[in-house]
Design a protein around this ligand. Structure first.
Ligand SMILES: [Zn+2]
Length: 229
């Protein structure tokens, strides 16, 4: 899929669009925004997609995590992630990200004959995949709920090693009720929102430049993990 046809979105814009979808959805069902985000309900009942969990064709390769067909209103999820609640929800949310961020550009470019976006787990992600990942994280882990939960945890947890970061993410998941989010996805979200770094800057771990170095170290460790989901 050529990237040139899609306008590049800033991360702030992606955050705003994901928040906007959550607000529209929760307004439509007349309940307050709460986690876990009912991602299947958003996909199926709010946006009108069917979810097809499949291991056929391309999806016999587990690296093809999911896909979205804009003409048939179908979201594909690789059957290999079905039993992993965090990965399943993230994949559905990622495909919803393509719906919000990329569908219009796709429809304007119909002569290309592309009916769908297929999502492959690869080291170097194309821009639209990075955007859809960020959208999924923002949709499943709204910044306000993550930060409010993180700030409620006392004493402030340490996250100077990857093991400690996993512990912090676990606490936020349990305390906040993020039951459809993986530990790795929550660590990434906490870093992206500056929550882990904020703890260092408050001097709760170390003062000085150590925080940003540690943040880079944690990021570096995560980059080595095969999947961010
Ligand atoms: Zn994708």
């Amino acid at each position: 899929m050529a990237n040139e046809q899609y306008p590049k979105r800033s991360l702030d814009e992606v955050e705003i669009l994901a928040n906007g979808l959550n607000i529209s959805y929760f307004t439509s069902v007349e309940i307050d925004l709460t986690v876990p985000i009912p991602i299947e309900d958003i996909a199926e009942h709010f946006l009108g997609y069917s979810i097809d969990i499949t291991d056929e064709g391309l999806f016999s390769d587990p690296n093809f995590l999911g896909g979205i067909d804009f003409e048939q209103n179908l979201i594909y999820v690789n059957a290999s992630v079905e039993d992993h609640d965090g990965r399943y929800a993230f994949t559905v949310a990622h495909e919803i990200g393509h719906h919000v961020l990329h569908r219009e550009a796709y429809l304007n470019d119909k002569e290309q004959g592309k009916r769908e976006i297929l999502c492959r787990d690869s080291g170097e992600k194309p821009q639209i995949e990075i955007e859809a990942d960020r959208f999924a994280a923002a949709l499943l882990m709204p910044s306000s709920v993550v930060l409010e939960t993180f700030n409620r945890i006392k004493p402030k947890p340490k996250a100077s090693t990857i093991g400690q970061a996993r512990g912090v993410a676990n606490e936020v998941i349990k305390e906040g009720g993020f039951s459809n989010v993986s530990n790795t996805a929550m660590i990434n979200r906490l870093i992206d929102l500056g929550a882990i770094k904020a703890a260092y800057q408050n001097g709760l771990v170390h003062k000085g430049h150590r925080g940003s170095l540690i943040t880079r170290m944690v990021r570096g460790t995560l980059a080595k993990l095969k999947s961010f989901r």
